[in-house]
Design a protein around this ligand. Structure first.
Ligand SMILES: Cc1cc2nc3c(=O)[nH]c(=O)nc-3n(C[C@H](O)[C@H](O)[C@H](O)COP(=O)(O)O)c2cc1C
Length: 172
């Protein structure tokens, strides 16, 4: 598992090979497995494999242009924020959910990239409209998915660890 965490990278160039519906469903299932505040299970998913809808999603933000050659996208959203026990924590919930999808994709050798949507209102409105989300829904992220164009370069360890930012017991 640590290997998956360490070698997960954002992948932005995808091969034309399609991802099976079974694998896409597994990724959504991994999302449901994430921790959520008071176990409120706030997440729902739209799995998008329709190229027309993916092309529309490219317009949601500058960073969404990576979706142009993605084989599929998973939109992470909460169907009705007002029904949550701890709605203040919906962003934390859906962040954990999104990371679970990225890690599950890495474990299946599927490339993935987190496309940030919330809390930027303009992006949220555009994405909610394209995906026909119900009133009260809260879109959090889009995950671009596809087999990497260069599989041997897609998953690798990046040196991000800063020992000087790890403290024991108190910050001195
Ligand atoms: C909240 C958030 C929003 C992000 N939005 C985008 C985005 O819109 N487009 C994109 O290409 N990458 C996006 N990323 C991916 C980051 O650019 C990437 O994680 C970062 O460069 C580190 O690289 P790594 O994922 O390979 O470790 C986002 C990541 C996070 C956590």
């Amino acid at each position: 598992m640590l290997d998956i965490i360490k070698t997960r990278r954002s992948v932005r160039e995808f091969s034309p090979k399609a991802i099976s519906k079974d694998d896409l469903l597994q990724l959504a299932e991994a999302g449901f497995m994430a921790p959520t505040a008071r176990a409120q299970q706030s997440a729902a998913f739209v799995i998008i494999d329709d190229k027309k809808i993916i092309a529309d999603l490219v317009t949601v933000s500058p960073g969404a242009r990576v979706l142009a050659n993605a084989q599929a996208v998973i939109a992470v959203f909460c169907p009705d924020v007002n029904k949550l026990l701890t709605k203040e924590m919906v962003m934390e919930d859906l962040g954990a959910v999104t990371e679970n999808i990225l890690l599950a994709a890495t474990s299946l050798k599927i490339g993935s990239c987190w496309i940030g949507i919330a809390p930027i209102a303009e992006r949220m409105v555009k994405a909610e409209k394209i995906l026909n989300l119900p009133k009260g829904a809260f879109i959090f992220s889009l995950v671009a998915l596809g087999y990497p164009l260069n599989p041997e370069k897609a998953f690798y360890v990046k040196d991000k660890v800063k020992p000087e930012l790890i403290y024991w017991n108190q910050v001195k």
